[in-house]
Design a protein around this ligand. Structure first.
Ligand code: GRF
Length: 220
C-alpha cells in the first residue's frame, strides 16, 4: 500500500482525546490533506494515547515533571516532533502553557481549539463562566497560537446555544460536538493552503463562508 501523502501533523494532548479522535477520523478519509504522524502526551495514562495506538499512530510520553524548566520540556517536545518529520502541530486538550520560544518556532504552524467564542472566556472553566455571565450563545474556536494564552488569528468558530437548565457539563458536551466538526475543518483549510495569516488575521481562500445566524432564544 502506498503511504498517504499530505501535511504531516503532530498532536499534543493531556487527556481523553476526543478532539484527537475527530482528527484521526478525518485523516482516515482518503481525500483528507493531512496525516497524523505523532501524538505526544505529557500525561502517561492519557486516554488519547490509546486512541492513537488503536489507529496505528506512533506516540510519545514526555513528562513535564522531569524537566527543570518549561523551555527544557518544550525543547524535548520540539525534538520529538522534528524527529517524526512533523510539519504542523495541533493542540488538542494539551494542558501545559508553551514557552514563547516554542510558539515562535512553530509560528503559523501551530493551532489550538478552545471551548468558547474567543476572545470571550479565555482560560479555564469557560463553560461555567459563560453560564455565570448569562450569555445565550457561546461556542468554540480554532485559532493559530500566539504566546499569550488562547490568543491568535481565528480560523473557524462554531456558535452554540446555552439552553435553560444547562450546567457546565451539559453545555460542555454540546460544545464538544461542534469542536469535533470545526477542528477537522480548520485543519483541512490550513493543510490545503486555504487559510493563511495576513496582518494577524486569517484570510480564507475559496472559503465557504456561512451566512446563517443563530438566534437564541428563538424568535416568536
Ligand atoms: C476540549 O474542550 C478543548 O476545547 C479544550 O480541552 C478539551 C479537550 O478535550 N482545549 P478532548 O481531550 O479533546 O476530549
Amino acid at each position: 500500500m502506498m503511504a498517504k501523502a499530505g501535511l504531516k501533523v503532530g498532536v499534543l494532548i493531556s487527556g481523553r482525546g476526543t478532539n484527537l479522535q475527530a482528527l484521526i477520523d478525518a485523516c482516515a478519509k482518503p481525500d483528507f490533506p493531512a496525516k497524523i504522524v505523532l501524538v505526544v502526551s505529557n500525561v502517561a495514562d492519557a486516554h488519547g494515547l490509546k486512541r492513537a495506538t488503536a489507529a496505528g499512530i506512533p506516540t510519545a510520553f514526555i513528562d513535564h515533571k522531569t524537566y527543570r524548566t518549561r523551555e527544557h520540556f518544550d525543547a524535548a517536545i520540539d525534538s520529538a516532533l522534528r524527529a517524526s518529520g512533523v510539519e504542523f502541530v495541533c493542540l488538542a486538550g494539551f494542558m501545559r502553557i508553551l514557552s514563547g520560544q516554542f510558539v515562535e518556532r512553530w509560528r503559523n504552524r501551530l493551532i489550538n481549539i478552545h471551548p468558547s467564542l474567543l476572545p470571550a472566556f479565555k482560560g479555564l472553566d469557560t463553560h461555567q463562566r459563560a453560564i455565570d455571565a448569562g450569555v445565550t450563545i457561546t461556542g468554540c474556536t480554532v485559532h493559530f497560537v500566539r504566546p499569550a494564552m488562547d490568543d491568535g488569528p481565528i480560523i473557524v468558530q462554531a456558535a452554540v446555544p446555552v439552553l435553560p437548565g444547562d450546567d457546565a457539563d451539559r453545555l460542555a458536551a454540546r460544545i464538544l460536538e461542534s469542536e469535533h466538526v470545526i477542528y477537522p475543518l480548520a485543519l483541512r483549510l490550513v493543510a490545503e493552503g486555504r487559510a493563511r495569516v495576513e496582518g494577524e488575521k486569517t484570510v480564507l481562500k475559496n472559503g465557504a463562508a456561512s451566512a446563517e445566524s443563530l438566534v437564541n432564544p428563538a424568535p416568536d
